[in-house]
Design a protein. Sequence first.
Length: 181
Amino acid sequence: MAPQEVSTWRGRAVVARWAHIPKVAGSSPALRYKKLLMALSNQKKRALAERMFIEDGDTAKYISEFLTVSEQTLSRWRKGRTGESSWDDRRAENLSAPHKLKEILTKQLQIVAEGGQSTIDADALAKISRVLQDVSSKTSVQVVLSVLKEFDTWMAEQEPELAIDFLKWHKKFIIHKASMQ
């Protein structure tokens, strides 16, 4: 693993691997990092901006300053390419993912353990989490129907007589499932 240096740029810690960047007498890590960013292609800057926005939760203004791209360019990138969802949608999905919630809660736990004040309402988060769990633990009729159709098709190829027997029970189960919703 390449050696790392820590510096600050615009009040934020910058950690980067510097082994491949030649050291120039009197240049700071932040200056060398800035030169490295300027040498990046727009495609690489876009990929880095995408990660910073979606996974790290950085603001568009910060990213545009950090990567030396205009906010207009970043806004275009955020809309996503044709056929892919926008960065905002993917960010929302990422922030609501269980691993991200766990990461946020762990950070809050550290703050509280160090005597600080939590910045989230844990009670509200717990209520929302319970609702999400209830919703995600229930399987919709459409999903059940799709899976059973696929199974029936497969079973008909394996043992047609048995598939007919299953079909009768599958129809009854779908009617039962629909009546529960």
